[in-house]
Design a protein around this ligand. Structure first.
Ligand code: S3P
Length: 454
C-alpha cells in the first residue's frame, strides 16, 4: 500500500537507529566462522541482514533470532550464533543460498563459500540478478576457485555458481572502489593457503579489517607511495568468537535525518549511538562543507572496535558544493539523499563521477533524476555526473521508488521538508535497511498524518 507523507511542521526529538547494515552482515558472517558463540545485539533487522543470517544457517551455523531487549533500539534484532568451526561449514541440499535484495550478502557470501566445501549457488531477487558480479568472480578465479555467473547486461551476474574448498592466496588490485569486493577477497583469503593482499586506490569502509583483527586474524594495512592502500590477511586463519557484539546505529540511515533537519526551517534532532567510523562519516563532512550544523558527542568505547557517538543536527542555510569522485566513493550510499540536499541548497551543486550508483539496488542516477524531476526539481545528468541548480523546493508528486530503499526514504524526506505531499509507491522498500523509518518520521514530525496509508 502506498504511503502519503506530508510536510512536517517541525522535526524535533531523539532518534535511535537500527544497527549499521554493513556491520550487522559482518557480525553474522564472522560469528559463523569464528570458534565459539556470539550474541549480537542491536543488529539491523532489515531484510538484507536477515538474508545473511539465513545463508549462515544454510551453511551449518546455528543462527537463532532472539527478541530485542527492552532497551535495544527499535528496528534491531538479537542473534545468537554458534559456529561449528569454519572448516565444518558446508553446502547442504541443493547448495542454494538466497541473498534476497542484498548485494553485500552476495558479494561477501561469495568470498565465504569459496572456502567452504561443496557447490554453492548464490541467487536473489530481480534487482540482485541485474547487479555486476564479475568484480568478485574475477578475484576468486585468480585464487583458483571455480566461480561463474549468469550472463547479464553489466557482465556476469547472479545466480553465481561457486565450487568451494581449496584456494590459494595472492594479490588483487581493485578496479572500482568497493568495500564489498575488498571484503569478499579478504574473507576468501582467510581460508586460502598463504597470504592474500587487496589493493585499493581509495580507502573504502573498513569494518571487515577492524572486525577480523578483533577476532584474532592477522591483518595489516599499509599505504603505498602512490597513496593506494594494501590490506594483507594471513590464510588458514582460526578466528575467535567475540561473545557479545553490539552493533552501533547506521550512519547511512542517520544521513536521511542529517539532511532532513538541515533543510527544515524548524529542526533540532539528536541521533544517539551512531557509528562514526572514519570511513563512514564522510556524509557529515560533505554536509558541513554545505554549511550544516552538526554537533558530535563521542560515546564511550564499547569494545566494538567502532567509534560511536551522538549527533545533534539543527536547521541550517545549506549552500551548493562540488562533490568529487572521491567524495562519491566515500559516501556512495548517501548520494541519493545528498542529491535532495543539492536541489534545495542555495546555488549550484555538481556530483561528479557517480557511475557506481548505476550498479546499486536500482540505477540510482536514473532513479534520483527521474524522481526529483517528478517532484518539480531540476536535475541534469551528463554521463556519470549530476548537476543541480539549487534553491528549489519539492512540489509534491508520486516519484517511482524502483524497489530501492534509499530512493523511498529520499522521496519521503522531500515531503517532510518540501511544500506538498508525496506518495511513496513502495514504502515497504525502506525495510531493506530501516524498517522503522516511517514510524520515526511520524514521531519526529509530530504528526500522525506522516506515513499513513493513502
Ligand atoms: C557495503 C559497501 C558499499 C555499499 C553497500 C554496503 C558493504 O558497496 O554501497 O551498501 O557493506 O561493504 P560497494 O563497496 O560495492 O560500493
Amino acid at each position: 500500500m502506498a504511503h502519503r507523507v506530508t510536510p512536517a511542521a517541525h522535526l524535533r526529538g531523539e532518534l535511535r537507529l537500527p544497527g549499521d547494515k554493513s556491520i550487522s552482515h559482518r557480525a553474522l558472517i564472522f560469528a559463523a566462522i569464528a570458534n565459539g558463540e556470539t550474541l549480537i545485539s542491536g543488529a539491523g533487522d532489515g531484510h538484507d541482514v536477515r538474508s545473511t543470517a539465513g545463508m549462515m544457517a544454510a551453511l551449518g551455523a546455528s543462527c537463532e533470532r532472539l527478541p530485542a531487549a527492552p532497551d535495544d533500539a527499535p528496528g534491531t534484532a538479537r542473534w545468537h550464533v554458534r559456529s561449528p568451526g569454519r572448516r565444518a561449514l558446508a553446502a547442504h541440499g541443493d547448495g542454494r543460498l538466497d541473498c534476497g535484495n542484498s548485494g553485500t550478502s552476495a558479494r561477501l557470501g561469495a568470498g565465504l563459500v569459496a572456502g567452504v566445501n561443496g557447490v554453492h549457488t548464490l541467487d536473489g531477487d530481480a534487482s540482485l540478478r541485474r547487479r555486476p558480479m564479475a568484480r568478485v568472480l574475477e578475484p576468486l578465479r585468480a585464487m583458483g576457485v571455480e566461480a561463474t555467473g549468469a550472463p547479464g547486461e553489466r557482465g556476469e551476474t547472479a545466480p553465481l555458481r561457486i565450487v568451494g574448498g581449496t584456494l590459494k592466496g595472492g594479490e588483487w588490485r581493485s578496479k572500482t572502489p568497493s568495500a564489498q569486493v575488498k571484503s569478499c577477497v579478504l574473507i576468501a583469503g582467510l581460508a586460502a593457503s598463504g597470504s592474500t593482499t587487496y589493493i585499493e586506490s581509495v580507502a573504502t569502509r573498513d569494518h571487515s579489517e577492524r572486525m577480523l583483527a578483533a577476532r584474532g586474524a592477522t591483518i595489516n594495512r599499509t599505504q603505498g607511495e602512490d597513496g593506494s592502500w594494501s590490506i594483507r590477511v594471513q590464510g588458514e586463519a582460526e578466528l575467535r568468537a567475540i561473545p557479545q557484539v553490539n552493533v552501533p546505529g547506521d550512519p547511512s540511515s542517520a544521513a536521511f535525518w542529517l539532511v532532513a533537519a538541515s533543510l527544515h526551517p524548524d529542526a533540532d534532532l539528536t541521533i544517539r549511538g551512531v557509528s562514526l567510523n572514519p570511513t563512514r562519516r564522510h556524509v557529515i563532512e560533505i554536509l558541513r562543507r554545505m554549511g550544516a550544523s552538526i554537533e558530535e558527542t563521542p560515546g564511550p568505547d564499547d569494545g566494538s572496535g567502532e567509534p560511536v557517538g551522538d549527533l545533534r543536527v539543527r536547521s541550517a542555510d545549506l549552500q551548493g558544493v562540488e562533490i568529487t569522485p572521491q567524495d562519491v566513493a566515500l559516501a556512495i550510499d548517501e548520494m541519493p539523499i545528498l542529491s535532495l540536499a543539492a536541489t534545495m541548497a542555495r546555488g549550484a551543486t555538481s556530483i561528479r563521477g557517480a557511475g557506481e550508483l548505476r550498479a546499486k539496488e536500482s540505477d540510482r542516477i536514473a532513479g534520483v533524476a527521474d524522481g526529483l524531476t517528478q517532484l518539480g526539481l531540476h536535475v541534469r545528468v551528463e554521463g556519470d555526473d549530476l548537476h543541480f541548480v539549487g534553491g528549489e523546493r519539492p512540489k509534491g508528486g508520486a516519484p517511482a521508488v524502483r524497489g530501492d530503499h534509499r530512493l523511498a526514504m529520499t522521496f519521503a524526506v522531500a515531503a517532510l521538508v518540501g511544500g506538498a505531499a508525496v506518495e511513496i509507491d513502495e514504502p515497504e522498500a525502506a525495510a531493506v535497511s530501516y524498517p522503522t523509518f516511517f514510524d520515526d518520521a511520524a514521531r519526529v514530525a509530530g504528526g500522525a498524518t506522516h506515513g499513513t496509508p493513502a
